[in-house]
Design a protein around this ligand. Structure first.
Ligand SMILES: [Ca+2]
Length: 184
């Protein structure tokens, strides 16, 4: 009788272990089935004088602008620079994005000793709007990290954005414009 009871108990334990193993493999399969794309980020880069699809550039004023085009350094070997004499002039990147983006992080590529503005102004306007929104009212280009620098964030939900940089009223320094990187 004792032997018979022991066999039944061992059989129950075996069934219990088998169930646990099944639950473990079922859970692992469910975890693997979760799409990885749901946690990955997307981004779009637009250089100065862009040739990339979905990127274009505007200079203000549209004619006679003093955003000088330079080569020899910068992202993709070029950049634009505006001297202190024309501090009210602006450079704008127009960037097309896919629909449905969330909050968008904006970074600017700044790696140039000639960019001496310690208080450059960055702002943005979604298409269809008539008001500029501030991304960063005082960004130190002179002491920026060599590479992409976080400028600010803007709300998603639009498919075309205008990102603008200007001297921000600074005098006695040069404002630079190179590539920008938008991430969401
Ligand atoms: Ca460039």
């Amino acid at each position: 009788m004792l032997i018979f009871t022991s066999i039944i108990l061992n059989k129950k334990r075996c069934v219990s272990v088998t169930k646990r193993v099944r639950i473990f493999f079922l859970s692992a399969a469910l975890l693997l089935a979760i799409p990885i794309a749901s946690v990955s980020a997307a981004s779009k880069e637009c250089d100065n004088d862009p040739s990339t699809s979905g990127c274009s550039q505007y200079l203000t004023p549209s004619s006679g602008s003093h955003w000088a085009y330079q080569t020899g350094s910068g992202r993709n070997g070029d950049y634009r620079i505006n001297s202190t004499s024309y501090s009210s002039e602006e450079l704008t990147w127009a960037v097309s994005l896919p629909s449905g983006t969330g909050s968008i992080s904006v970074q600017a590529y700044l790696a140039n000793a000639s960019f001496t503005n310690r208080s450059a102004s960055y702002y943005y306007m979604p298409s269809g709007h008539s008001t500029n929104y501030t991304l960063n009212s005082s960004f130190d280009q002179y002491n920026a990290t060599n590479g992409f620098n976080y400028i600010g964030s803007m709300g998603g939900g639009n498919v075309l954005y205008y990102i603008t940089v200007s001297a921000g009223g600074t005098t006695g320094a040069n404002t630079g414009a190179d590539a920008i990187l938008l991430s969401w």
